[in-house]
Design a protein around this ligand. Structure first.
Ligand code: ADP
Ligand code: MG
Length: 333
């Protein structure tokens, strides 16, 4: 049974149109005109319990609007969505118990309270049993390194500290689904790693279902076996990340550790050098022109090789191709 089911989900915003200047302002009051902005256009998908799904697309593609409809903040213009068998907008209160939401650019915590006081309040509101609260708090404090933060008011925290606090507060009532909208935006690598580890842990240990929007392809690679890609409000791909990588990862890299001088090696057809050190050679090759074993064979014929490794296709370039229009026709995974 899917835990989330979206059918033909659409959101159209009516934006008041105003011509510039005072005359324009009068006109807008006397004869208001509206423009329709289609933010989400007929999206259907379903999510099974325990999945981590990456929801990706360029800025303005409609990711946040979708999340807002899934969480019940916005009502769909057309189509419908069921979360745990409920309509998340009509049954907002019941829905709120089972979900958690984090918007990366906005804090939901009490600005002036020490973080621990915020947590206590959240636990009270959601009626988390005290023993359970303590257990979760200990666990979160460790993974998210909250120790010294508990006494600090949110307003005095750095961006990374705030996000860790936010995540802990969102998950302290053990929601079955969490929606994370750009949770790693603007954070440094170490904090990102911590947050990814925490999300993984919650998913593994508690079976929490995670919907994640992100611009960080590292987040996707580490967390999301499945991605949904949207473009201009429409769904263009829904399936394993590995499928699009295999299909669009035209270039691959192979690195050789050599015993002899690597620069002495002639470049095999279909490949080009992207890095050369005295004992290390990295080649990039086009999978449609040659194969890894042909490239490896050619290099090994020329110089003595100690070891070599093949890198996965680079997700960034794959996603760039897709955003650039490589997925005109939806791909069947
Ligand atoms: N409240 C709103 N009123 C009018 N237009 C909006 C509103 N929210 C979002 N939009 C527009 O809808 C489109 C999708 O926005 P959004 O869902 O925030 O995209 P994303 O999160 O993928 O960057 C954008 O063109 C945006 O300007
Ligand atoms: Mg957004």
């Amino acid at each position: 049974m899917p835990i989330i089911q979206a059918e033909n989900l659409s959101k159209v915003f009516r934006i008041p149109h105003k011509d510039p200047g005072v005359a324009g302002a009068f006109k807008a009051v006397l004869r208001p005109r509206f423009e329709d902005k289609v933010a989400v256009n007929g999206i259907s998908f379903s999510v099974e319990p325990g999945e981590i799904v990456g929801y990706i697309g360029v800025n303005g593609a409609g990711k946040s609007t979708t999340i807002k409809m899934l969480t019940g903040i916005l009502m769909p213009t057309r189509g419908n969505v069921q979360v745990l068998g409920r309509d998340p907008h009509r049954q907002r209160v019941a829905n709120a118990r089972d979900i958690g939401v984090v918007f990366g650019q906005r804090s939901q915590l009490w600005w002036d309270l020490a973080f621990i006081e915020s947590l206590n309040l959240v636990a009270k509101i959601y009626e988390v049993p005290p023993a359970r609260y303590k257990q979760l708090l200990d666990q979160f404090a460790e993974t998210l390194e909250l120790g010294e933060l508990l006494r600090v008011p949110i307003r005095n925290m750095s961006l990374g500290q705030k996000m860790r606090a936010e995540l802990a507060a969102t998950l302290i009532h053990a929601p079955r689904i969490v929606y994370l909208d750009e949770p790693t935006i603007g954070l440094d690598l170490i904090v990102k790693e911590r947050i990814r580890e925490f999300i993984k842990q919650q998913n593994r240990a508690a079976g929490t279902t995670v919907i994640l929007t992100t611009h960080d392809l590292g987040d996707i690679e580490e967390l999301c076996p499945r991605v949904i890609i949207i473009d201009a409000g429409a769904l263009i791909y829904d399936g394993p990340i590995s499928t699009i990588k295999a299909r669009f990862g035209k270039y691959r890299e192979i690195t050789f550790e050599t015993l002899g001088d690597a620069s002495a090696c002639a470049v095999p057809p279909g490949a080009e050098i992207v890095g050369a050190e005295p004992r290390k050679l990295t080649l990039r090759f086009d999978r449609t022109l040659t194969t890894a074993s042909q490239v490896a064979q050619a290099v090994m014929n020329a110089i003595e090789v100690k070891d070599f490794s093949l890198a996965e296709p680079d997700l960034a370039s794959v996603i760039k191709q897709i955003y650039g229009g490589a997925l005109r026709e939806p791909v069947t995974p």
